[in-house]
Design a protein around this ligand. Sequence first.
Ligand code: ATP
Length: 295
Amino acid sequence: MSILEVKNLHKNYGKIQALKDVSFSVPKGTVFGILGPNGSGKTTLLGVITDILKASAGTYTLFDENPTAHHRSLMGTFLETPNFYHYLSAVKNLEIAAAIKQRGAGDIERVLEIVNLTQRKNSKFSTYSLGMKQRLAIASCLLGNPDVLILDEPTNGLDPVGIAEIRELIKKLQQEGKTIIMASHMLDEVEKVCTHMAILKKGELIVTGRVDEILSHEEIVEIGAESLSQLQQAVTLFNGYNSQKSAGKRILLYYPVGEANLAQINQHFFTQGVVLTHLLVKKKSLESKFFELTN
Ligand code: ATP
């Protein structure tokens, strides 16, 4: 089942095209990351699927059906840090949130427990750390036990401990069977917490699919020889790598992880009369992968 399916979505703000023909599908039970640099259209996309914004063109389905109020009642959203009352406790703030949402009034103790705020439930919101405030915001989303959570940059501004807590919380919610759709501009975060992703760049979808497939860490073998032209000639007679490119006086061979056989590479070039003066295996960094995907 698809929790969300976006089809050829466009959104214009006057002349600005914030979303350009975006299509992807979010399978049930996944943690789905919408990744992109600032201004790539992530918030706009979440705004459209939560009915805050109207698409200029295109459609989407929720739970494989045309969206209705019932479908939206199965979704908890956290698009910006809610305006909790600073002088009220977590419990009081959640009581107000439940009254506004008209759901989850009997659910407050449960959601506080999930986000690990039970011990501080009667403290004033103003005494909370930023991480606790974000967790309270997630608790508010969880009121009424929705199947789907939509979170915009849930770790924004948090320190490493706060980030780790939110990550663990998201994983725990997924294990309980929830589907989580989250926007992020941090590749590292998406890699650590998401199972699936869509990468946006300037409103366009660059790639979508499983995180482990999109971010597979390629292995790079860097080779060099006295004569670059002889080396290039020998590379054309060699196979087994995904792709190759020149880098100054060296050539880079790209392999799937674990498939580069150095002895075999060395043997091939030697047989072709080329003595390698340089043979080095490198892992491709995530940053360079992201750069490559978005540039
Ligand atoms: P960020 O991470 O900075 O929030 P984002 O990926 O969420 O960025 P959006 O906020 O969706 O991106 O913005 C996408 C584009 O649409 C940007 O060029 C932005 O300036 C523009 N935009 C967003 N909201 C409006 C608006 N209300 N009016 C005009 N332009 C807008």
